[in-house]
Design a binder for this molecule. Structure first.
Ligand code: XLS
Ligand code: NI
Ligand code: NI
Length: 444
């Protein structure tokens, strides 16, 4: 290992005696919340791409961040640069005490001149990552393939009009999936970056849908062929980079998977900022996934209420995340998933340790939200109110409707005969909002 990049000591858990250096205010991995340790609820992960691969550029200006392994270093000796990046990444994971990380194939290793060379680079870097994982105990939450950056993917990967592009993407995914398996990754993610269209004038919607389904079923088949037991995840996003993306939101993907007989093979990786881009709340997307048994994992970040794009800021709202965590607890937890910080610094955050502070704040926000969510579960008001609201479905009318022998005519006859006149019942929204605030404000 070369010189430390951050040179900061480990961030101490909230439960520790105060001392020098950084300390979490709330996050204590070993604190038992409800049925498990805080770390086992949250399973936080640092993502490789925003933290180590992006230079801090935007469409108007070049990179501002101090990332010595990018630029000239990467051009001169791409594999040496990838090693320096790996060192810095594992240094950050160790400083933060985060149990997981995530990567795209091209984050970990540079592309070669051919698919074969790219695969060899990835395997070499995966061996190095394995050694560091064994040393530090850090695990892989998920791997994925970058099927959106290279110009060949401008018109999509699986949904490209050119089948050679589909085949190229298949080669990349095979390598990334196999490396994820070798590193004992707990999930494999497919984000349909450019699987969508810019204009309908040149797009065959039906054919592109079939291509996407074909690709997903080939990935699922290969997962089983190699004995990978992790979860396959699809990440919804409605647009950006393309005008319209097929994996629009949780419900659209659910319908698509069902239609193509793939619903048992995939779960969802829900990202906060993608939820808001699709016109939903993050809470909605997670609740939809939980209620349909397809919640896989979370990409934790936040957007900007005034900006219509994926600003990928670190999460900092306990209010928002408490309700999201409440749904996750209600659904029995994240399973193989976790909270991956798919978030990046602002362009002006040029100090090396800004990256440490960003993650510390985000992890503390999640930890606080978890405590509130558990208090909401323990309090039980939301659950009992919901149960009471639908209680009629347990009674004679509800049961008669649900009975498979029921017909519309029989129900109509009975409704006419009984002549009941249902009255509107309060939805109690404000009361429930007050309850949530009471718990938010009083949970310690
Ligand atoms: C981009 C996506 C991407 C995926 C991984 O908006 O969030 O980062 O999570 O390809
Ligand atoms: Ni994401
Ligand atoms: Ni995103």
């Amino acid at each position: 290992m070369t010189e430390p990049f951050f040179g900061t000591g480990p961030v101490r858990p909230a439960g520790d005696e105060p001392g020098d250096g950084l300390q979490y205010q709330v996050y204590d991995p070993d604190l038992v919340v409800g049925d498990r340790r805080m770390e086992d609820h949250l399973r936080p992960a640092v993502c490789y791409w925003h933290s180590f691969c992006a230079p801090g550029d935007d469409v108007f200006g070049s990179g501002t961040w101090d990332r010595p392994w990018l630029g000239d270093a990467a051009a001169a000796d791409p594999m040496a640069a990838a090693e320096a990046k790996l060192d810095a990444a594992f240094e950050l994971f160790t400083i933060l005490g985060t149990p997981f990380f995530c990567f795209h194939d091209l984050d970990l290793a540079p592309a070669g001149d051919s698919l074969k060379e790219s695969r060899a680079n990835l395997e070499t870097m995966a061996d190095q990552a394995r050694a560091k994982m064994d040393d530090t105990g850090v695990r892989l939450l998920w791997g994925t393939a970058n099927l959106f950056g290279h110009p060949r993917y401008a018109a999509g990967a699986a949904t490209n009009p050119d089948p050679d592009v589909f085949a190229h993407a298949a080669a990349q995914v095979r390598a990334a999936l196999e490396v994820t398996h070798r590193l004992d990754g707990e999930n494999y993610v497919l984000w349909g970056g450019r699987e969508g269209y810019d204009t309908l004038l040149n797009t065959d919607l039906r054919r592109e849908g079939e291509q996407l389904a074909r690709f997903l079923s080939l990935v699922a088949e290969h997962k089983h062929a190699i004995g990978f037991t992790g979860t396959l995840l699809i990440e919804p996003k409605p647009h950006e980079p393309t005008k319209h993306q097929y994996d629009h939101d949780a419900a659209a993907i659910h319908g698509f998977l069902d239609r193509h007989g793939l619903a048992h093979e995939f779960k969802l990786n829900i990202e906060a900022n993608h939820a808001t881009l699709s016109g939903h709340s993050f809470h909605h997307e997670v609740a939809y996934a939980v209620d349909h048994g397809i919640l896989g994992s979370i990409d934790a970040n936040r957007g900007d209420p005034q900006n219509g794009w994926d600003t990928d800021q670190f999460p900092n709202s306990v209010e928002e995340l408490s309700l999201v965590l409440y749904e996750i607890l209600r659904g029995g937890g994240l399973g193989t998933g976790g909270f991956n910080f798919d978030a990046h610094l602002r362009r002006q955050s040029v100090d090396r340790d800004d990256l440490v502070h960003a993650h510390v704040g985000a992890i503390d926000t999640l930890a606080r939200a978890l405590l509130v969510a558990q208090a909401l579960v323990d309090d039980g008001t939301l659950a009992s109110n919901r149960a009471e609201r639908y209680a009629g479905w347990e009674g004679p009318t509800g049961q008669a409707i649900l009975d498979p022998s029921a017909t519309l005519a029989a129900l109509a006859d009975e409704a006419e005969r009984a002549d009941r006149r249902p009255r509107p019942v309060s939805g109690r929204q404000e009361r429930l909002e007050n309850e949530v605030n009471r718990i938010l404000w009083t949970t310690r």
